[in-house]
Design a protein around this ligand. Structure first.
Ligand SMILES: NC(=O)C1=CN([C@@H]2O[C@H](COP(=O)(O)OP(=O)(O)OC[C@H]3O[C@@H](n4cnc5c(N)ncnc54)[C@H](O)[C@@H]3O)[C@@H](O)[C@H]2O)C=CC1
Ligand SMILES: O=C(O)[C@@H]1CCC=N1
Length: 274
């Protein structure tokens, strides 16, 4: 984000907003180029401490400066949060990170069709995010470029052609970091049960995840081939994977992700009506 005149507003200054703001500041955007509406005082104090940004407790005319408005509120309160904002931001491009909430609802609430919906994830906090983006029909190439500049500061991105694919993305990479943390918990717990200290087990588990991910990213081989390379005939990995197959881990995992996808659709149905 080198453009010195660009201004970005965030509605909601919580986890996801902070992850994106962190990326922007790391890439040289000035705190004065960022406006945040954040009613919760503790969260506003954190924005001041971490980024030197003084958040507004509620929407106001300062939002009119924004070229881009990033919606980083919970799906449940999106429509309520939008009402006081839209008077100031009809000329801006809008980017929503809210899970499930569909663009037809967002366009209605923000009073413009210049809307991009996306699904980021929390590794954005350390510049290793993965975001999928979906543009409404009236979004221009220049609008898409602006969004890419902003989201590019947080990691990788891709565009999807169908809005419904965002619910699948939500189930995969949006919620996905929680699945990894869940596995880290399980692997650490198992390691402790086998006689390692918690610190040792956790270090081993984290390094194994990041090492295997880096190997997969750097390799042209499929994960199946990479897995087979670890699995010596009659060895330890074979014993572990056989136990996982017997326990139905893969179908259970697929079912879990389907539950997340269904929930994303429900969020859109439940909270997109207003
Ligand atoms: N946390 C995650 O891993 C991901 C979250 N998302 C989406 O990001 C959105 C935000 O989630 P988080 O950042 O995790 O939640 P969060 O609770 O950390 O942030 C939401 C913020 O909105 C503020 N807020 C409440 N009412 C408001 C209003 N009327 N106007 C402005 N701000 C208001 C809250 O005080 C809070 O700080 C959600 O829609 C979620 O679906 C998307 C991808 C990943
Ligand atoms: O759990 C949620 O609803 C949000 C969306 C993806 C990650 N967190």
């Amino acid at each position: 984000m080198s453009h010195s005149s660009q201004h970005i507003a965030f509605i909601g200054g919580g986890n996801m907003a902070s992850a994106i703001i962190g990326g922007l500041i790391r890439q040289g955007m000035k705190p004065t180029q960022i406006t945040v509406v954040e009613p919760f005082a503790d969260t506003a104090a954190k924005l001041l401490k971490d980024f030197g940004i003084t958040a507004l407790p509620s929407a106001g005319p300062a939002l009119a400066r924004a070229d881009l408005v990033v919606w980083a509120v919970k799906p449940q309160i999106f429509s309520e949060a939008a009402a006081p904002v839209m008077a100031h931001t009809s000329k801006a491009l809008h980017l929503s990170v809210a899970a499930g909430i569909r663009t037809d609802s967002i366009c209605r609430w923000v009073g413009t069709d210049r809307v991009v919906r996306c699904m980021p994830n929390t590794p954005a906090l350390v510049g290793q995010g993965m975001t999928a983006l979906f543009p409404c029909a009236s979004v221009t190439a220049a609008d898409q470029q602006l969004v890419e500049q902003v989201i590019g500061t947080t990691g990788q991105y891709l565009w999807v052609a169908e809005e419904s694919q965002l619910d699948a993305v939500t189930a995969l990479s949006g919620s996905g970091p929680a699945y990894v943390f869940y596995f880290l918990e399980a692997m650490t717990e198992a390691g402790v049960g086998m006689g390692l200290s918690a610190a040792q087990a956790y270090q081993l588990a984290v390094a194994t995840f990041s090492g295997a991910s880096s190997l997969a990213a750097a390799s042209t081989e499929s994960p199946e081939v990479l897995r087979q390379r670890v699995t010596s005939k009659g060895g330890t990995t074979y014993a572990a994977l056989t136990a996982m197959e017997a326990a139905g881990i893969k179908p259970a995992f697929i079912k879990a992700m389907q539950a997340a996808q269904v929930r994303a659709g429900e969020l859109g149905d439940e909270f997109g009506k207003a």
